[in-house]
Design a protein around this ligand. Structure first.
Ligand code: C2G
Length: 135
């Protein structure tokens, strides 16, 4: 029987517990999990700022997680379909901050939105660190 492939995407900057949990839960949907890491340039285009950790470091960190079989660089929203086909996605998983945004891919794979781990975000951690530095 062929393996069931799960694909997910994200920046995974300042890798934290919420990131770990979504990778663990995404992996449970199939036999192998492939992760598209948003490139530095793609982040700048989306958010007008660069991640703290470089794309090379973010790729290495995520690929070292035991739930992850492989990583690739995600360069734009427009290439999403191409990436899903290339990596033979059976299931496409994203956090529910993206709910409904990727339903157009239901014609080629199952699209699953998982609840985010509450109260954890890179933005929140940045503000905690900023407050520590200010105090
Ligand atoms: N996440 C989570 N719980 C948190 C924080 C994040 O489940 N407390 C999930 C997000 O929902 C996402 C993944 O972790 O599925 C990665 O989060 P980000 O790095 O913030 O990803 P983002 O910048 O939204 O990139 O093409 C889409 C982009 O690549 C998504």
């Amino acid at each position: 029987m062929s393996q069931k492939t799960v694909v997910t995407f994200g920046t995974f900057d300042l890798f934290h517990y919420g990131h770990l949990k979504i990778l663990e839960r995404a992996a449970a949907y199939g036999d192998r999990l492939i992760v598209g890491i948003s490139s530095d340039q793609f982040n700048f285009e989306k958010k007008k700022k660069y991640p703290v950790f470089s794309e090379g470091h973010r790729m290495e960190i995520v690929s070292a997680i035991r739930y992850v079989e492989g990583v690739f660089l995600e360069e734009s929203f427009e290439k999403k379909r191409e990436y899903l086909v290339e990596h033979q996605a059976d299931v496409f998983v994203m956090g529910d901050d993206w709910r409904g945004k990727f339903d157009e891919f239901k014609d080629i794979c199952e699209v699953v939105y998982l609840e985010r781990t509450p109260e954890l975000s890179t933005t929140e951690y940045k503000s905690i660190i900023r407050n520590l530095l200010d105090s």
